[in-house]
Design a protein around this ligand. Structure first.
Ligand SMILES: Cc1cc2nc3c(=O)[nH]c(=O)nc-3n(C[C@H](O)[C@H](O)[C@H](O)COP(=O)(O)OP(=O)(O)OC[C@H]3O[C@@H](n4cnc5c(N)ncnc54)[C@H](O)[C@@H]3O)c2cc1C
Length: 470
């Protein structure tokens, strides 16, 4: 029998019950600054031959006293392209909103991952008459244009062949290449202007649970462990961290279809004319070494970082020996290796492969995805329609209440995921999830019970494209 020790340094829980067992009335009675207390006990494997007990394989039950730092109507967990737009939408829809991000800047894989091309504002090939992503995402692109944040070749046409449109007058092309540093600034400008509360440098380590209802989030940071209460939480972590930890069922990438691998993006300086990539002057962003594995496993991610960076350095040294490449320098690598695919949370409805191929229209449409599927049975698959609908029900997780999904973890099969994960549709979904969370919070209804027509009306007022009459 493993020895079970009680950690004497920690206090007994005030209520004697774990957080999840707190009744709603008690939880909402808790003011900012109040504490939740969790018990901690430790167990260790038995000692052999007088050696010290080996703790590996045993478990620790922690006792933590976690202050509730503040409460909001809406908390957006994760500041990637989808979460950033969701937070703007929630605040504009009248909710007191907090956006929490682990990095010291916003933008997710677009900035931290150095993936500097926003794809999917419309189909890449005809039919592409309809700009499928408008509303707040288009306002963000307009701000990026005003600050001079676009790449050189109008609309990234060298990287992604596409029809030209008048980007500067708001008619957006399929793919927009951008400067990650300008994007970081523009996102802060918009967050400040709209009045979103922002908390950076904070790792969201789990949901604050009231039974099966997500009632906020728990964070770890240099400030210690803190809880933030919310009427509605938007899971914008990309990986569906909040939903999964709250107990929502999900599909893993291995369950069906292909898995999209990881890649380390990098930026070269002194790049000669003609070198492919997303270019600003003589600086070019390029796709680096790929890696395959589970993007939710820290040990796999560690291996991916080490192997990819060592491999990239060897590739770079070799590249410099190529004719005309002697002057290039490795200016920057992504903050972390880019993870394309992890969990997709199961929602009230799951968008299927056939929905993507046929261009299904749903009555509860809240966004449209027209981006091609980049590795559909190994090939780039272009839609023969203007895009398939994302229904609101794909944003509402099964089983768990108080939570709205957004970005690449929404409920869809692998094929439509390949399309909707691109940053333009992910932003359109963010627009919808932010409006939905704000409406649910303001009306005091669970997201599952939200009147979809009201959500669509709000999205149309905020200039989103839904292919519905205004
Ligand atoms: C290598 C690569 C190439 C790609 N190429 C393109 C392309 O050319 N064009 C395109 O449009 N798309 C591309 N994509 C896809 C696209 O970048 C992502 O699908 C998209 O960024 C998803 O947006 P998101 O907001 O859902 O998630 P993310 O961009 O992943 O953002 C999630 C945010 O949440 C934060 N976060 C996550 N967990 C926590 C936590 N526990 N606590 C606090 N913060 C947390 C993260 O730091 C991040 O800021 C590519 C992806 C990869 C990996």
């Amino acid at each position: 029998m493993p020895e079970r020790k009680k950690n004497s340094a920690v206090a007994e829980p005030a209520s004697g019950r774990p957080v999840g067992a707190l009744r709603r009335r008690e939880f909402f009675g808790a003011a900012a600054g109040a504490s939740l207390v969790v018990r901690q006990t430790a167990s260790a494997a038995p000692a052999r031959d007088g050696a010290r007990p080996d703790p590996a394989g045993s478990s620790v039950r922690e006792t933590l006293e976690t202050p509730i730092a503040d409460r909001y109507q809406v908390i957006v967990a994760g500041g990637g392209p989808s979460g950033f737009i969701a937070a703007l939408a929630a605040v504009r829809s009248g909710a007191k909103t907090l956006l929490i991000e682990r990095y010291p800047f916003l933008g997710g894989n677009g900035t931290a991952g150095l993936m500097t091309s926003y794809n999917g504002f419309r189909n890449q090939h005809p039919p592409e008459a309809l700009q499928t992503v408008k509303g707040i995402p288009a306002e963000y692109i307009a701000a990026l244009v005003r600050e001079g944040g676009l790449c050189d070749d109008e609309g990234n046409a060298n990287t992604y062949p596409q029809a030209r449109h008048d980007i500067k007058n708001g008619d957006l092309v399929y793919s927009i290449g951008f400067d990650a540093e300008v994007a970081k600034v523009v996102m802060f400008q918009m967050i400040q202007k709209e009045g979103v509360s922002l908390l950076l440098h904070s790792w969201i380590c789990g949901p604050l649970l009231d039974g099966l209802r997500v009632a906020g989030v728990l964070t770890e940071s240099k400030s210690g462990r803190r809880a933030f209460a919310a009427d509605v939480v938007v899971d914008a972590t990309g990986d569906g961290d909040i939903a999964a930890r709250a107990g929502a069922p999900f599909m893993g990438p291995s369950d069906q279809g292909d898995r999209m691998g990881m890649s380390l993006m990098y930026r070269l300086g002194g790049a000669p004319a003609g070198l492919s990539g997303i270019r600003i002057g003589d600086k070019v962003v390029r796709w680096g070494p790929g890696f395959s594995g589970d993007g939710l496993d820290a040990a796999v991610l560690t291996k991916a970082e080490v192997e990819s960076r060592l491999k990239l350095w060897e590739q770079f040294k070799k590249m410099r020996t190529d004719p005309g490449m002697g002057g290039v320098s490795l200016l920057q690598t992504a903050t972390g290796v880019g993870v394309r695919e992890t969990r997709r949370i199961l929602g009230e409805v799951t968008v299927t492969e056939q929905d993507a191929i046929r261009g299904t229209r749903f009555p509860d449409v809240v966004a449209i995805s027209s981006n091609p599927m980049p590795s559909y049975h190994g090939k780039r698959y272009f839609f023969e329609h203007e895009g398939f609908d994302i229904p609101y029900r794909a944003l509402v997780p099964r089983k768990v209440e108080g939570l709205v999904l957004t970005g690449r973890c929404i409920s869809c099969e692998q094929a439509p995921f390949q399309s909707a994960r691109s940053m333009a549709p992910a932003m359109a979904v963010g627009h919808a999830s932010g409006c939905a969370a704000a409406l649910a919070a303001r009306k005091g209804v669970p997201p599952r019970k939200l009147e979809v027509r009201e959500l669509q009306t709000l999205l149309l007022q905020q200039k989103a494209e839904l292919r519905l009459p205004q």
